[in-house]
Design a protein around this ligand. Sequence first.
Ligand code: F6R
Length: 365
Amino acid sequence: DKGDYPHHMLKEIYEQPETVANAMRGRLDDSDSTAHFGGLNLTAKQLRNIDRVVMTACGTSYHAGLVGEYLFEELARLPVEVEYASEFRYRNPPMDPRTILVAITQSGETADTLAAMREGKRMGHPALAICNAVGSTIAREADGGVYLHAGPEIGVASTKAFTSQSTVLTMLALYFGRTRHLSSLQGQRIIDELRALPDAIRKALGCHEQVKKIANRYAECNNFLYLGRQYLYPVALEGALKLKEISYIHAEGYPAAEMKHGPIALVDPHTPSVFLVPRGNVFDKVMSNMQEIKARRGPVIAVCSEGDREVATVADDMITVPDVPEYLQPIVTAIPLQLLAYEIAVLRGCDVDKPRNLAKSVTVE
Ligand code: F6R
């Protein structure tokens, strides 16, 4: 049921303040300043011994895994590798016995993710699933896991699953961090910041009118670039994927500084670059990448902090998002990119909820 929304995708985009709150419900623990999960099923010994994490997934869930890599490194100081499930399943990578596998999947039925998880289990690694669909094959076969509780995702383009997966990965990083080096004060700060997140998402949705205007200006373009750094590099990939799959526009996501190693040759007045440039550690670096694009006469659409005058001196168009700590920026900045892909697809007359050639869950390899 779409309610008052014209498409499932738009409804699901607007559900995100609630779905992210649902992912956190009952899992934040003030007394120990950590997160708790009912079903990880790791013994205390396994937990202590973990010294490496391999995340495996496809598509949007893979992009959430890339966000997880930054989160685990920063908050838990755990080395992480993120692997496309379709690649991992046919490789034979040397894996330390103390590695755990984390399969990330909305549907819990993606054939390659299932096969990758089985392969990891066969090699003797504990496998956790971060999954939305309750009782799905991957949820059942995993040794333990965390449900998203996001409710059914019907639009083929994944939206609310991505923000919930990123939220669960943040809580897992907090949990592992607290068993290692994070102090209770640091843990409590993260809990407080997580609690403020649904409200920040609600505010981010307030950019919808800005996004509609921008969609109108650029809907005819046939090539887009999406650029971000650090935590926002995976969001650049995800923004490009959203645009490709529902509007059939060629789009590429890149780490912003990698541009000058080739892709900048694509920049011209008809190729907009969507920059993820909220305030944070790499702000100045991203600003100078933005100037490089402007110097080649490429239009710049900036997703940035409210009232950012410095960005305004370079960007042609701005979409503002509320300020959140850097490790939560992927969740907040994903919202305008989902809306941008949606509005452009609608303007181009595309079937938003059922894009051509795509199925909601890919159960063949
Ligand atoms: C993109 C999209 C796909 C899925 C991918 C994995 O919008 O929906 O890329 O993310 O097929 O699906 P799950 O998460 O169900 O394993």
